[in-house]
Design a protein around this ligand. Sequence first.
Ligand code: C6P
Length: 407
Amino acid sequence: MLNVEEIRRDFPILQRQTASGARVTYLDSTATSQKPLAVIEAMNDFYRRSNANIHRGVHTLAEESTALYENAREKIAKFINAPSARQIIYTRNTTESINLVAHTWARANLKAGDLVILTEMEHHSNLVPWHMLAAERGIELDFIPVTEDGLLDLDACRSLLTRGPKLVAFTHMSNVLGTVNPAAEIIRLAHEAGAVTLVDGAQSVPHFAVDVQALEADFYAFSAHKMCGPTGIGALYGKTSLLESMPPFLGGGDMIKEVKLRSFRPNSLPHKFEAGTPAIAEAVGFGAAVDYLSKVGMANISAHEHEITEYALERLEEIPGVKVFGPSADKKGGVAAFTLEGVHPHDVAQILDQDGIAVRAGHHCAQPLHEKFGIPATTRASFYLYNTKEEVDLLVNGIYKVKKMFG
Ligand code: C6P
């Protein structure tokens, strides 16, 4: 199990206070996680010692920086059990990873009338790229419904699959309901129906062990900043045969083997999809984040989050007027999105902030899901390896304070 007090010492930001003198209670890791010293120092060291452009120079610094960039790719591949680092494409984030698939694989393979299946619990980054393709190409979209208790309706999924979709793209874990979807089963069903699968792993990779080979995922997208790494970098995993058959994404330096005035030959994997000078220090930080999480142990992290979430749901549900969305703790990760009767979610978040409690309020980039539940917004608390039951108590006390202020 985790020694949370020791872990908290790894995160300098958790020691700070707000202007009012309150200690920071960070319950917003679903938006972005905090960064341990190991990540901050890896990036600092990179700029102090090794900074140079990659894949271009023969000098010592260029070779060092290239090695650091590529070593990080190896670590990331190992972290999700990808067969090869060639199958890890660096992107800016999950959003760009999904857009990469929509721009390359989908534009090369989908035509008017082809069906893409999504779910009602998707983040906008796994909705809007498909809306854009629907407008451009006339592809059809349909959605696996979400049940009242926040689960995907798998019977409805099976029936949608009889319509022969070309792609099934879904989130492994909802950023609002916290639902952990049965990814292996959905992928198996989708493959039986002849569809390619794309998994949005923005909320899964940071919180529990993900094995892309065991899942048999065709594409898997995630972001470094939600898993103790820096902003500005993410990854797309893909099966080699798919990645090799896809046209490049952006054109420019590094993604080519040869350029003539009127033509070019794309580079081999993974460089074919990485045009221009990439986020090199961020890749180094991403590698350090993966090292940090591996050292703590993903099984320990998910067990700790489960304990905190179970406690949080229990305590939140005690508060009259609070309604928590999503399934029970055994079917979800560390997310508790809730409404408080008679108080706008933004007011809840603002009053909690007076005591240093950081939560997010709004639709969390999942507007259709909120619409489904007939609400414009929720207040969302989310938990990670550094959160404690005492912080849950502070949240609960804060909500009682809000209730008192609003009578
Ligand atoms: N959700 C949240 O507060 P990016 O921004 O590309 O790193 O991640 C996008 C994304 C995609 N899918 C899911 C399930 C997500 O939760 C997110 C990011 C944050 O919920 C910021 S909106």
